[in-house]
Design a protein around this ligand. Structure first.
Ligand code: KG4
Ligand code: ZN
Length: 309
């Protein structure tokens, strides 16, 4: 079964053709980064307009790279939640219009579930497992008794982790998106130079809070006399990842589950993967392939196949 998957929840316009939920024939991603860079973050109105311009060329390119025609496609899928309303509408309406014109089924899928499904496209993960979403819009831990059933056990009470990276990058005068920039700069810094810590939420030991950490970085930057930006980047990154790993460990203990399925753009960080291996040797992480950790259409097509069969 050939599924065309469309992703437009935020600032990537993406389309992919996937065979039987696993074999990726094409995975085209048109990033809008250059449009949003000058504002230091995603501007929703600009994002929807860019999706409208890019969506048809991206879909056509995904078909061409897959070596197929629109008429060969069996199912058309789009990420239909959660995301920026104007951006979502472009992907959903394009997918529905194509499905209607071709007389093929349309499937709407959850973007966050698709991030976790990205891992399942490459390897088998037994359940029960814990699912962890670390992205620009979400930070969550879920208990997954079986695939398709997700119980949220923790989330952020303020910023998402990727959002904190993007905002701290802006303070450090690094371009958007901030995550990869901070990871690069942090390599030249000392992660113990500053004693940053992510927030604790009263009465909710598993909940996340990154806004205080962000403010601590801002105050530290104001006090700096010498150029210690790399130390700030390294210390912030260490603090953010320490917090995530601590809460994953706590959740694993509480739910007696050592299988941790991870997804979302922040899991593209090699530093996070290394820090996980070092600090949580008792847990078994399942990471998405690097090509599938940032927003993409292949994970949408993969999950849609799983949902329709
Ligand atoms: O999943 P994603 O592509 O989009 C959303 O669904 O939000 O995640 C994008 C986020 C951005 O905030 C970006 O800064 C962050 O992922 N990110 C990283 C890294 N690469 C991307 N954060 C930390 N380290 C990285 N290497
Ligand atoms: Zn995402």
């Amino acid at each position: 079964m050939l599924v065309l998957g469309i992703e437009s929840t935020c600032d990537e316009t993406a389309a992919a053709v996937v065979v039987d939920g696993k074999e990726v024939l094409s995975n085209v991603i048109a990033s809008q980064v250059d449009w949003h860079k000058e504002f230091g973050g995603v501007v929703p109105e600009l994002a929807s307009r860019q999706h409208i311009e890019a969506i048809i060329p991206v879909v056509m390119q995904s078909l061409e790279e897959a070596g197929c025609q629109l008429s060969d496609i069996d199912v058309i899928a789009a990420a239909d939640r959660p995301g920026l309303m104007g951006s979502l509408l472009v992907g959903i309406n394009t997918a529905k219009a194509l499905a209607w014109a071709l007389g093929k089924p349309y499937v709407g899928v959850n973007h966050l579930e698709a991030h976790l499904y990205a891992v399942l496209m490459e390897e088998h993960v037994p359940t029960p497992a814990l699912g962890v979403i670390l992205s620009g819009g979400h930070t969550q831990i879920m208990h997954i008794p079986e695939f398709g059933v997700y119980h949220q056990i923790s989330k952020t009470v303020d910023d998402a982790i990727g959002e904190a990276f993007d905002k701290v990058a802006k303070m450090l005068e690094l371009p958007y998106p901030g995550g990869p920039e901070i990871e690069r700069l942090a390599k030249q810094g000392d992660p113990t130079a500053f004693q940053f810590r992510a927030g604790r939420v009263k009465g909710q030991p598993l909940a996340f809070s990154f806004s205080g950490l962000k403010t601590a970085v801002l105050y530290q930057l104001r006090k700096l006399e010498t150029d210690q930006k790399a130390d700030v980047a390294a210390s912030f990154q260490r603090a953010a990842f320490d917090d995530v790993l601590k809460k994953i460990s706590l959740a694993a203990k509480e739910y007696e589950c050592d299988r941790i399925l991870l997804g979302g753009g922040v899991t593209n960080s090699r530093t996070l993967r290394a820090q996980f291996a070092k600090q949580c040797p008792h847990l078994h992480p399942y990471w998405p392939a690097f090509g599938l950790s940032l927003d993409n259409g292949a994970m949408i097509a993969g999950l849609a196949y799983h949902q329709i069969t």
